[in-house]
Ligand binder design. Sequence first.
Ligand SMILES: [Cu+2]
Length: 68
Amino acid sequence: MNQVKYEIPNISCGHCVNSIQVEVSSLPGVNGVWANQETKSVEIEFELPASEETIKGLLEKINYPVKE
Ligand SMILES: [Cu+2]
């Protein structure tokens, strides 16, 4: 099991938190998603076939790019 935490500056309200949790949870291999409005960040637990690449790609596609 892998755990990552990303900063996502675009998180601005509860809808953002919900969207991120729903969308990222739908990726095969993702086991947990915790987005936080106050810290503008998301913690994700995942295993194969998910990867940081597929997760970051999805976040970018739904308009919540990860701050590098
Ligand atoms: Cu929002």
